[in-house]
Design a protein around this ligand. Structure first.
Ligand SMILES: [Zn+2]
Length: 287
């Protein structure tokens, strides 16, 4: 039988400069580094991955919208606006929009069948209007979190998620009997052939998930579970997220990596991970 995943590509919807404390953690209260931190790690990718499965064209995440930098009302509430504008320094041009990035890589945006949204942060859902035909898949926990009070304070903008015509579907995890994926015992087999398995990895934001691709070598897209793989390996927590939950998710990912030593761990905002992904036999750096 042929391998269901035939090709992979990486798209970048712009870059972001993050405070070093955001990425690598800090003993300071977050508000201190948000407002007074001077050192930033520059040019971090805002990633979208393309999976050419034999039965579907699938994205992992939808990137940021250029409106995040051009629209002064992007953050509706002024307090959140001030905080977000101090956390993030984005570099996003109009041509970085998801639709244009897809076209440049040789894909018709309307041909995208599914987009797995790892979590509902604004820099992962910004391009959903560009892929109107896609089923948008996220976890039930992510969706419920969005429906809770003031999700915008955590970077979740309902206005840009519940857009007219968007075909959202929330998945539930079921027990998985796949020994390859231990210690994960719950997951969602997206295509029913074991090639793409969504795994619960909470800790960054309620309901955050990771995506396992059964290719050779195997890949685990962890989104923002960590900002850099080396930090997950040595258990150095970032400046954000719930560290107790992160510790559990990170331990599972490290155990998976110990069982599958050639596993490629790919965070959304790690430049070196993008380079490793582009070196994968199924990726050829876009076309
Ligand atoms: Zn995030």
């Amino acid at each position: 039988m042929t391998q269901p995943i035939q090709r992979l590509a990486h798209l970048q919807t712009g870059t972001v400069d993050l405070h070093v404390q955001h990425v690598e953690g800090s003993p300071w209260n977050a508000l201190l580094w948000i407002f007074f931190g001077r050192e930033r790690i520059e040019g971090l990718p805002l990633s979208v991955c393309v999976i050419e499965h034999r039965d579907a064209l699938i994205l992992i995440d939808a990137g940021i919208s250029p409106r995040a930098v051009t629209d002064p009302e992007f953050w509706p509430d002024p307090v959140t606006r001030v905080i977000m504008n101090n956390i993030f320094r984005f570099h996003v041009e109009p041509e970085d929009a998801l639709g244009q990035q897809l076209s440049r890589a040789g894909y018709a945006p309307e041909d995208v069948d599914k987009a797995i949204i790892t979590h509902l942060h604004f820099d992962h859902v910004g391009g959903i209007a560009d892929i109107p035909g896609a089923e948008l898949i996220t976890s039930t926990e992510s969706w419920e979190h969005m429906l809770g009070p003031h999700p915008e304070r955590e970077g979740v903008l309902r206005r840009d998620i519940e857009i007219p015509g968007a075909k959202w579907r929330q998945i539930e995890y079921t027990p998985i009997e796949d020994a390859t994926l231990q210690p994960f015992t719950q997951g969602h087999d997206l295509m029913g052939d074991g090639s793409i398995v969504l795994l619960p990895t909470p800790g960054h934001l309620d309901g955050s998930l990771s995506v396992f691709l059964r290719v050779d070598p195997p890949i685990l897209f962890v989104a923002d579970l960590c900002y850099r793989t080396d930090l997950l390996i040595k258990e150095q927590f970032p400046g954000t997220g719930e560290h107790e939950l992160l510790a559990e998710s990170w331990a599972r990912v490290r155990e998976l990596k110990a069982r599958l030593p050639d596993l490629l761990i790919v965070p959304s905002h790690e430049e070196a991970a993008v380079a490793r992904l582009l070196a994968h036999p199924l990726a050829n750096g876009g076309r």
